[in-house]
Write a protein that binds this ligand. Structure first.
Ligand code: NAP
Ligand code: ZN
Length: 334
């Protein structure tokens, strides 16, 4: 069996047609025929080797929806033809203290769907069934695919960092992750402010559930906002002036990074101490959170706003993501 895919052969290259022979189907593995795959900004970071972890040929793609076409002898919870989703995490040891307490996303031995493995910009994938999730019937595949990484990555810190609402939550960067974060934060009962560099996103951000919309830029826009937020969730890959955002936190507030800026963040420690503020990061989410997030999205009508491109248009689609033109997630379709 050969799988047709799109791969970057070197860092920062355009993707090209590529095919590979997958390893044999292990007892716990599933083979999934991919119908949809979202483009996350992490795919761009991986193609460019921004994190120094990329292996080439690199087949990106970790927001996968498709149907089960084959299953190993011990993958019996799934059925042929079932619609399923696959996110960033491919496996974990499932025996360490983090796995045992249900935080597989913190497992030191975790592996990723498209790091050292061929990902979802492809017609099929073979992967560990224990990190494959049924997709609720209410969610259309193109709207569900971005939930598998973008959705879980914002849902998890909103649930675990925010504590009980209603809180004043700010979402920085209204892209793939950010537009989902607005919807989840609103549905979780918080007062939501969207911070964006794009004035043209205001109406849609308000329609998605934001109570306020702030166009970032000069320092003047933050006047009057000091000590206003309990949680600032930053999805932006940009290097920002983090001190300005720390000042916006109320005492006890948190600045939580899910977006990955390229430079180390400069944090004034005195401001942290004086206001008992904290800075944290959050990686994707556990399997329990993934299932809860999918159910919560289905129940609350949360869905990604998508632009659908044919898989063969992958380079055109990536160019839109690189230039912040996607509204708000591009999904590749086979
Ligand atoms: P995206 O769709 O490209 O959205 C990023 C948004 O950030 C943009 O729409 C833009 O929003 C804002 N932005 C401001 N300055 C920017 C700049 N210089 N370059 C690009 N965007 C800029 O990206 P995404 O898929 O949401 O991913 C965002 C970040 O999260 C990436 O760094 C990605 O690697 C990371 N990520 C982390 C995890 C995790 O587990 N922690 C999981 C998935 C993704 P405005 O137009 O509103 O300013
Ligand atoms: Zn991602």
């Amino acid at each position: 069996m050969n799988i047709n895919a799109y791969a970057a052969m070197k860092a920062k290259n355009l993707l090209e047609e590529f095919n590979y022979t997958p390893s044999g189907l292990g007892p716990r593995d599933l083979e999934v025929k991919i119908t949809h795959c979202g483009i996350c900004h992490s795919d761009v970071h991986l193609i460019d080797d921004d994190w120094g972890i990329s292996a080439y040929p690199l087949v990106p793609g970790h927001e996968i929806v498709g149907t089960v076409t084959a299953l190993g002898a011990e993958a019996g919870n799934f059925q042929i033809g079932q619609r399923v989703g696959i996110g960033w995490q491919r496996s974990a040891c499932l025996t360490c203290e983090y796995c045992v307490r249900g935080e597989e996303n913190l497992c030191p031995d975790n592996t990723a769907t498209c790091v050292g493995h061929f990902g979802g910009f492809a017609e099929s994938i073979r992967t560990d069934s224990r990190f494959v999730f049924p997709i609720p019937g209410e969610l259309a595949s193109e709207n569900a695919a971005p939930l598998l990484c973008g959705g879980i990555t914002v849902f998890s810190p909103l649930v675990h960092c925010a504590g009980h609402g209603p809180l004043r939550v700010g979402i920085l960067g209204i892209g793939g992750l950010g537009h989902l974060a607005i919807q989840f934060a609103r549905a979780l009962g918080h007062r939501v402010t969207a911070f964006s560099t794009s004035p043209g996103k205001e109406k849609e951000a308000l329609d998605l559930g934001a109570h306020h919309f702030i166009v970032t830029g000069g320092p003047a826009v933050f006047r009057g906002l000091a000590s206003s937020f309990d949680l600032l969730l930053t999805t932006s890959p940009a290097d920002l002036d983090w001190k300005v955002y720390l000042d916006l936190l109320r005492p006890g507030g948190k600045l939580c990074f899910v977006g990955v800026p390229s430079k180390p963040a400069v944090i004034p420690v005195f401001a942290l101490i004086a206001g008992k503020k904290s800075v944290c990061g959050s990686p994707i989410g556990s399997r329990t959170d993934m299932s809860a997030m999918l159910s919560f999205a289905a129940l609350n009508g949360i869905k990604a706003k998508t632009e659908v491109f044919a898989m063969s248009q992958v380079n055109e689609a990536l160019d839109r993501v690189r230039h912040n033109r996607a509204r708000y997630r591009i999904v590749l379709k086979n």
